[in-house]
Design a protein around this ligand. Structure first.
Ligand SMILES: [Ca+2]
Length: 200
């Protein structure tokens, strides 16, 4: 009885050894076949192309190009055609008060080089709302001769019949964005929304 049990144990042990040996042999055959099908060089090239794209994105040339495209206007100013503006609708101020407000922000009342582009942004932000906006032009230095704060003449953009100096008291320029052309003269003491321009 003991001898029979001993032989059974030996036979079972031999069976386990054979199964383990065959499994390892199969694993070796699979590994050799797999890496013959995918040589190391091809495996790297075909499975990780995104690594090379990532390297290109981090190149110094790309960083330089990206930084040049970022807006340079300090908040809350925003960029319109390479100039920086801020639209203020929360308080309606006289032309002089509005100018002081803009100067405290590091700018002055706006003199847009591309008024149609600025008007498009005003309309986008505020729709056709009731707002008129002070800009940085007046005829305070010489009646009837409207000039921008830079000294440049206001040579275009007036609404038909403007400037008309109605009542003899209209010396400041306001933008009426829902109309085109959009400039009118108005009493500088009238409370009005306004647009500032950042001065570098
Ligand atoms: Ca007028």
């Amino acid at each position: 009885m003991l001898a029979r049990q001993l032989w059974l144990n030996i036979g079972f042990t031999l069976l386990i050894v054979q199964v383990v040996y065959n499994t390892r042999a199969s694993a070796n055959i699979f590994r050799e076949t797999f890496f013959e099908s995918f040589p190391e060089d091809d495996y790297e090239r075909s499975d990780f192309p995104e690594v090379k794209v990532q390297e290109d994105q981090n190149s110094p040339e790309r960083n330089l190009r990206t930084s040049n495209e970022e807006p340079t206007c300090p908040p809350p100013f925003f960029q319109v055609m390479f100039e920086c503006f801020y639209i203020h609708v929360h308080h309606h101020l006289t032309w002089w008060q509005a100018r002081d407000f803009c100067r405290d922000m590091g700018g002055d009342l706006a003199e847009p080089s591309h008024p149609s582009a600025l008007i498009a942004v005003v309309m986008q932000k505020h729709g056709t709302g009731p707002y008129h906006f002070w800009l940085g032009a007046s005829d305070l230095k010489q009646q009837g001769n409207f000039t921008w704060l830079s000294g440049n003449p206001v040579d275009s953009g007036w609404r038909p019949g403007q400037p008309d100096n109605e009542g003899g008291v209209e010396d400041c320029l306001e933008l009426w964005p829902s109309k085109y052309p959009s400039y009118c003269d108005k009493n500088c003491y009238s409370p009005c929304a306004f647009i500032c321009q950042y001065l570098e």
